[in-house]
Write a protein that binds this ligand. Sequence first.
Ligand code: HPA
Length: 274
Amino acid sequence: MTLPHLIQESVEFIVNKISKRPTIGLILGSGLGAFAETLEERVILPYGELPHFPVSHVAGHAGNLVIGRLGPHTVAVMQGRVHFYEGHAMETVVFPARVLVSLGCARLVITNAAGGLAPGLAPGDLALITDHINMLGTNPLRGPNFEDLGPRFPDMSALYDPALREHARAAAARLGVNLKEGVYAAMLGPSYETPAEVRMMGILGASMVGMSTVPEAIAAHHMGARVLGISCVSNFAAGISPQPLSHREVQETADAISATFKALVKEIVVSLPA
Ligand code: HPA
């Protein structure tokens, strides 16, 4: 079966379980999983039950697709995601994002936890992703292109949709949230970066480093979806502070900021036009 067929199988399975198709998709990283509990009339679909969906084994990443109402919108929330470092093929990593877009999510909000390296970024900050640097050494569009999904050589000059970014800035201002901005560099992981690698990424123009988001953003944009990315700065990137990095610190900071992060994402989504 070709990729478009696999996507279609998954879409049909999901459509049969819901009454209204979602128009906004959310892929939520560390600390934001509980966001899905704020949806009304929600239908919870464990990844394990969805055709061709990969299952994550990382602590702190639940695996459900939750579809329900948020304000005036029907939204689809991915509670947890799989990462390239887990060993999945790129095609597998981005499969759920492609399903969301095929379901009808023409807008995709992608969040993550990231290490901050730009001056002015500190743990607990939220930052809009203005652009990215793909350091994964591969691309989710590698391989045969399916014209039904998108073009062979898609433009990436406005991947993180400028209008959605402006909308997010306005939402943050309404809430009094100091929303920072920066370029997100996707590193393979799962080891954190060395201080030299973080210095290199700073020279290259990155503000945040993380291990997700970029594959899904590329695949969704390839299909014509508009993408908004937000990082929760969970720690100083390696070498920026003398303290060693730990997954626990990343999770604790992400948890501490999750109420603000949830409120911001909710304000952004609820105030989007239909
Ligand atoms: N580096 C890479 N990924 C991350 C980090 C980091 O410092 N923090 C959270 N995810």
